[in-house]
Design a protein around this ligand. Structure first.
Ligand SMILES: Nc1ncnc2c1ncn2[C@@H]1O[C@H](COP(=O)(O)OP(=O)(O)OP(=O)(O)O)[C@@H](O)[C@H]1O
Ligand SMILES: Nc1ccn([C@@H]2O[C@H](COP(=O)(O)O)[C@@H](O)[C@H]2O)c(=O)n1
Ligand SMILES: [Mg+2]
Length: 205
């Protein structure tokens, strides 16, 4: 279990801190590997709350936030938004939602994300669920996703794959060196992938 310190409360009350104990699982894997699809299944069967960093950033654009244009440009280019922006959005959700079990999907995406989240929140993930899938299959899925995402075009998809290889895989390797990675063969059909996911979550329930 990690803790989130309520900074505003800490300020108002001096040393008095309000803390919320939470269990966090990071859900990582390449673009189109099936993170969102499987998170929906985990929510249904194991009672976690799903927080997708990408979804939170897209909602921030829609909300008309002052960071909206910057975020939109980064997403179009497949680049990683500065950690402070994404962490603020994640922290707000973790504090406001009454659940104590969270799947954090698509985060941390690079070393900066990883280190900043750990130092700001003090949360260490229980484990990392890693969806392993070939680029060929991920590209096929993204090009037929049809959800109107501005980054599901071949130019941006190639940029996202490059960022994934160069910046995100090293984070997965970092957690692997700590024995925290649960690797799933994500190239299989959805139902079979979930059977493997279920086997990871069942023993900890
Ligand atoms: N195992 C699977 N087999 C075939 N298609 C799949 C599988 N898992 C997911 N899909 C489909 O692939 C597309 C991408 O899946 P999903 O949105 O879950 O990926 P993601 O990892 O969240 O991607 P992103 O990082 O871009 O958000 C969706 O259209 C989804 O229905
Ligand atoms: N930690 C993150 C997560 C996402 N982004 C940006 O959002 C894009 C879409 O993310 P998905 O997980 O929904 O595929 C991604 O390509 C990044 O531009 C981010 O900056 N940081
Ligand atoms: Mg997704």
């Amino acid at each position: 279990m990690g803790t989130v310190v309520d900074a505003a409360n800490k300020e108002a009350n001096g040393s008095l801190q309000t803390e919320k104990k939470v269990k966090v699982v990071f859900v990582l894997g390449g673009p189109g590997s099936g993170k969102g699809t499987q998170c929906a299944n985990i929510v249904q069967h194991f009672g976690y709350t799903h927080l997708s960093a990408g979804d939170l950033l897209r909602a921030e654009i829609k909300s008309g936030s002052e960071n909206g244009t910057m975020i939109q440009n980064m997403i179009k280019e497949g680049k990683i938004v500065p950690s402070e922006v994404t962490i603020k959005l994640l922290q707000r959700e973790i504090k406001e939602i009454s659940n104590d079990k969270f799947l954090i999907d698509g985060f941390p995406r690079n070393e900066e994300n990883r280190a900043a989240f750990e130092s700001v929140t003090g949360i260490v993930p229980e484990f990392v669920l890693f969806f392993d899938c070939s680029e060929e299959e991920m590209e096929r899925r993204l090009l037929s996703r049809n959800q109107g995402r501005e980054d599901d075009n071949i130019d941006t998809i190639r940029k996202r794959f490059k960022v994934y290889m160069e910046s995100s895989l090293p984070v997965i390797e970092y957690y692997n060196s700590k024995g925290k990675v649960r690797k799933i063969d994500a190239a299989k059909p959805i139902v079979e992938v979930f059977e493997a996911v279920r086997a990871v979550f069942s023993p900890i329930e």
